[in-house]
Design a protein around this ligand. Sequence first.
Ligand code: ZN
Length: 107
Amino acid sequence: MSKVFIVVLVAIAVVVLAVTVPSFFKARQTRAVCACINSLRIIDAAKNEWMLEYHKTTNDMPTWDDLRPYCWSNRIPVCPDGGIYTLGRVGQLPVCSLGDKEPSHKL
Ligand SMILES: [Zn+2]
């Protein structure tokens, strides 16, 4: 193998890595945001089911233990990026602490 051939191979490898690595991280970030938004939807649905079953109003505030029976496998969903969820009242949307981050973890 000539030195020119090796240099060309290394240059091609650098270009391929420069293109694929950022898109890999962007795809991972997009997946995490979608999972977080899905978790927020599950929590919001659980709040509404809790309200209907216990004849509460949109002004009542459930606890995590109140919502556990309405979540899959009795597990409260978590943010894949480590955000902390705030339940709020039934009439409010649940919020992730990374909601102001870009891309946003918001419903
Ligand atoms: Zn989140």
